[in-house]
Design a protein around this ligand. Structure first.
Ligand code: BGC
Length: 724
C-alpha cells in the first residue's frame, strides 16, 4: 500500500522493556475528521489524550510478516482537543518474540532481531477544507515505560511506580514498507469477563484462585495498595492429583504476571501479552486475597457466534461448551494449537481438522480468509506449505517438517470456508495455492502417484502409537496418499465451481485412486478404515466401514484414532449403518472418549485423550495441553448428523439445506441451530411415547429426510411425528 510515514525506533535498544513513543500536537481549527493509520513491529497500544484509539488489542495482529504486515485505521475525531498527546506503547508481540525457534536459521530469528519500531500517519481534515498530516519522525520522543518486561510466552512485568528518565528523540530507520497491507483479519478484542469462582489453599499451602473455566486472555487485578506493594501470580490449567497447583506443562513459557502497585485504589491488566489459564497461584498480594480482586478477560478474534447445540445429556452439553471455549481460546488472529505453553503456533493440521466445526460455531470467514492469504503468502514457489502458518521456520529450499493433513490445509480450509459461506471470490483467490500444493506432492513423492518419502506427522497422537511415539500406527504412505487424493478431489471441485479446466487433475485423481487400491488392499488400523471409507478410496467403502465397526467393538467400543482419524470416525459409522455404535462412542464416559475429560473436570478440549489419566496422573509434561481444539471437530457430527443440518452439496453457504437428523433412544432430545447467511436453521428431535417429534425451522428450501420419509419443502417451520 502507498505509505509515506517513516519508521521510528528508540535511540537505544530496550530489549524486553516496552518503549513508549510520544507526540504532542495542536488541532486549532474545528475538525471534520481525524484518521490515524499505523502499525508496529511487535504489538502496540495507542492512546490519544489518555484514551485508547479503539477496542482492538494485540495490534497489528499476526501475519506472514515477511510478506504481509497489517496497518490499522482508526477514526480518532472524537478524541481530539486543541492540545493533544498521542502515545504508543510497544511490546515484542509475535514479531520480535523468540516463539518456538526449533531450527537453526529460522525466519523468526531474523524477525526477532528487528528493532522496536512503529510507523504512523495522522490525517486531520478541518471544516474549512484544509488538511494537515502528521507522520512519525525524529520529532517524536521515546522513553522507557512502566512495562519493564513484555514478551508473548514469558508474560509481563509492570511497575506502576516507575518514573522514566527524560525522553529522547526517536530515530528513523529503514523498516518494512512494501509488505504493508490494510487490516484484513477480524480484530482481536476483549470479550467476556470471567469472575473468580473460588479461592482455596492447596495441600502444599499455596493460595489458588479458580475461575471455574479455562480461558485465553488478560488478567485484571483491582485492589487498594501502598506504592511498592507487589501482585505476583502464576498461571495453570489444572491441579495435580493431590489438588496442588501444576503448570509444568507450560514448558518454557514463563507466563509472568508481576505488578508493582502505586499508592491507592487501582486496577491493572496486562496489555501486550496473553495467557491461557483456569487457575492462578497467588505468589504475592498485599492483604487478603478476595474473589473480586481478580477478573479473567477472554480475548479472541471478533467473530459472531452462529452455532448452538443442546441436548438432554448434561455431559454432552459440557462437551459442546468445551468445544466453544476451545475455539475462543485458540482463535487469536491465527488458529493456534494451544494458548499456554511455548508454542501457540498456527499449526496447519489442527486448523484443517477443526475448520468445518469452526465455521459452524462462529462466523469465521474473515478470520480464515486472512489466514489463508498468509498461507498462500508463505507457500514456497514449488508449492510446499509449512507445518505452521505464519511459517516462522522454513526458508525457501528448506523442506521443514510438514506433511500430509498439515500441508493439506491449503486445500481443505478454503473448501470448508467456501462450503460454509459460499464465497466464490475467496475460493478464486486460493485456487492457485490449492493447485500448487497438489502439484508439489507430485514433485516430492518418491513413487507418484502414491505419496511416499519425506516427513509425515502421521495419525498424530493416535492411541495405537507404538510405545514412546506420538505417531499412531497407521502407515505414512497410506495416510499421505489418501490426503493426496483428497486434496486433488478438492482442487477438482473448486475448479469446477470456478469454471477452470481441471481435466489434468481428474486424470491424476484416477491414477492416485488406482495406485492406492493396488498398494493398500487391506486396512490395518481404525484410521486407515476411516480414510478409505470417508474419502471413498476403498473399492467398497461399506467393507471398510464394516471393518472399522468390528475394530471399534473388538477394542471394547474404544476409539484409537488420532488427529487424522478422529474428525471422521463417527461420520463413517453413521454413513454406513452404524449410527448406534457412533452414539455409543460419543456418549462413552470412560477413557478414551470425548466425555472422559469432563469426568476429570475439563472445561476445554484436551490435546490428549488421557491428558489426565484415570489414576489422576498426567500423560507427560512435554506435550500436554488442556486447551487444544482439534478433537472438538466432533461437533460437526452433532450439527450435521445427530441434528442433521447440512448445507446442500450444490448450494454452499446454506443457500439450500438438507435436514436429516439421526435420533437415538440414548437421549431424550437434542437440538442444534445455525445462524446462516440466509437465516436461522434449526432442528430439534424429542423422544415421544411411540417415536420422535421433530421441530424444524428452515429459512430456505430444505430437503428433509426423517426416518421413513423424505421430502423437499419450502422455507418455514415444521413439526413432524414419526412412529418407531
Ligand atoms: C502441536 C500440535 C501439532 C503438532 C504437530 C504439536 O506440538 O501442539 O497440535 O499439530 O505439534 O504434529
Amino acid at each position: 500500500m502507498n505509505w509515506q510515514a517513516p519508521w521510528i525506533k528508540p535511540a537505544a535498544e530496550m530489549d524486553s522493556r516496552a518503549p513508549m513513543f510520544k507526540k504532542t500536537f495542536r488541532a486549532d481549527k474545528p475538525l471534520t475528521s481525524a484518521t490515524l493509520r499505523m502499525t508496529g513491529l511487535g504489538v502496540y497500544e495507542a492512546e490519544i489524550n489518555g484514551q485508547r484509539v479503539s477496542q482492538d488489542v494485540l495490534c497489528p495482529g499476526w501475519t506472514a510478516y515477511k510478506h504481509r504486515l497489517q496497518v490499522q485505521t482508526y477514526d480518532v475525531t472524537a478524541l481530539l482537543r486543541a492540545e493533544n498527546t498521542l502515545t504508543v506503547l510497544l511490546g515484542k508481540g509475535w514479531y520480535r518474540s523468540p516463539l518456538l525457534c526449533w531450527q537453526d536459521g529460522t525466519i523468526q530469528k531474523e524477525l526477532m532481531a528487528c528493532p522496536a519500531g512503529i510507523t504512523a500517519e495522522l490525517t486531520l481534515r478541518y471544516t474549512d477544507g484544509t488538511l494537515s498530516t502528521l507522520l512519525t519522525d525524529e520529532s517524536w520522543l521515546v522513553s522507557e515505560s512502566p512495562v519493564r518486561f513484555s514478551e508473548l510466552y514469558d508474560g509481563e512485568i509492570y511497575d506502576a511506580t516507575f518514573i522514566p528518565a527524560e525522553a529522547t528523540p526517536a530515530v528513523v530507520f529503514d523498516g518494512p514498507t512494501d509488505t504493508l497491507i490494510p487490516q484484513e483479519g477480524a480484530p482481536i478484542r476483549e470479550q467476556e469477563r470471567v469472575h473468580a469462582a473460588r479461592i482455596f489453599t492447596t495441600p502444599k499451602g499455596e493460595t489458588v484462585v479458580d475461575f471455574g473455566q479455562e480461558l485465553t486472555g488478560f488478567l485484571e487485578v483491582q485492589l487498594a495498595a501502598r506504592a511498592g506493594d507487589v501482585v505476583d501470580v502464576s498461571f495453570a490449567e489444572v491441579l495435580d492429583r493431590d489438588g496442588n497447583f501444576y503448570n509444568d506443562n507450560y514448558r518454557g513459557a514463563k507466563c509472568q504476571y508481576h505488578y508493582t502497585c502505586r499508592e491507592g485504589q487501582q486496577r491493572y491488566k496486562t496489555h501486550l501479552t496473553y495467557y491461557g489459564f483456569r487457575y492462578l497461584r497467588v505468589n504475592s498480594f498485599p492483604g487478603e486475597v478476595t474473589k473480586d480482586a481478580f477478573t479473567g478477560i477472554a480475548v479472541h478474534s471478533d467473530m459472531k457466534r452462529t452455532g448452538h447445540i443442546a441436548s438432554s445429556e448434561p455431559m454432552l452439553n459440557q462437551l459442546f461448551s468445551n468445544i466453544i471455549w476451545g475455539q475462543k481460546s485458540n482463535f487469536v488472529d491465527v488458529p493456534t494449537d494451544c494458548p499456554q505453553r511455548d508454542e501457540r503456533l498456527g499449526w496447519t493440521g489442527d486448523a484443517q481438522v477443526f475448520a468445518r466445526t469452526a465455521c459452524t460455531n462462529f462466523d469465521a470467514e474473515t478470520f480464515f480468509s486472512k489466514w489463508l492469504r498468509d498461507l498462500a503468502a508463505d507457500q514456497h514457489e514449488d508449492g510446499f506449505v509449512g507445518a505452521v502458518i505464519p511459517d516462522v521456520w522454513t526458508h525457501v529450499g528448506d523442506r521443514g517438517n510438514s506433511g500430509c493433513a498439515w500441508g493439506d490445509a491449503a486445500t481443505i480450509v478454503p473448501w470448508e470456508v467456501y462450503r460454509a459461506y459460499g464465497n466464490v471470490e475467496m475460493l478464486r483467490r486460493q485456487f492457485p495455492s490449492m493447485c500448487k500444493w497438489v502439484d508439489y506432492i507430485g514433485k516430492v513423492s518418491e513413487q507418484p502417484p502414491l505419496w511416499t518419502g519425506g516427513w509425515q506427522w502421521g495419525d498424530w497422537l493416535g492411541l495405537d502409537s507404538p510405545a514412546g511415539s506420538y505417531k499412531g500406527a497407521s502407515r505414512d504412505e497410506f495416510l499421505a496418499t489418501a490426503f493426496y487424493a483428497r486434496s486433488t478431489a478438492l482442487v477438482i471441485r473448486a475448479g469446477k465451481v470456478l469454471g477452470e479446466d481441471v481435466s489434468a487433475y481428474e486424470a491424476l485423481y484416477q491414477r492416485i485412486v488406482a495406485a492406492f487400491r493396488a498398494a493398500f488392499p487391506e486396512y490395518q488400523t481404525q484410521t486407515e478404515c476411516v480414510l478409505a471409507a470417508h474419502f471413498r478410496l476403498a473399492e467398497n467403502p461399506q467393507n471398510a466401514a464394516d471393518q472399522l465397526a468390528c475394530m471399534v467393538r473388538k477394542a471394547g467400543v474404544k476409539l484409537q484414532t488420532g488427529f487424522i482419524g478422529t474428525p471422521y470416525i463417527l461420520h463413517v459409522l453413521s454413513d454406513y449403518g452404524y449410527t448406534d455404535l457412533a452414539y455409543e462412542l460419543l456418549l462413552r464416559r470412560e477413557y478414551p472418549s470425548w466425555l472422559y475429560p469432563i469426568t476429570k473436570g475439563a472445561t476445554t478440549i484436551w490435546e490428549h485423550w488421557d491428558g489426565i489419566m484415570p489414576d489422576g496422573g498426567f500423560w507427560s509434561r512435554d506435550m500436554n495441553s488442556f486447551n487444544h481444539y482439534s478433537y472438538g471437530a466432533v461437533a460437526d457430527w452433532l450439527y450435521g448428523v445427530a441434528a442433521g443440518i447440512q448445507t446442500a452439496e450444490d448450494a454452499p453457504g446454506y443457500a439450500r439445506v438438507r435436514i436429516a437428523p439421526h435420533p437415538t433412544t440414548r437421549l431424550d432430545w437434542l437440538e442444534a441451530s445455525i445462524d446462516t447467511r440466509h437465516g436461522l436453521v434449526s432442528c430439534k428431535w424429542t423422544r415421544t411415547a411411540n417415536g420422535y417429534r421433530f421441530d424444524i425451522v428452515t429459512p430456505v428450501e430444505a430437503e428433509i429426510a426423517l426416518p421413513g420419509m423424505a421430502q423437499v419443502l419450502p422455507a418455514g417451520s415444521y413439526v413432524f411425528h414419526v412412529d418407531d
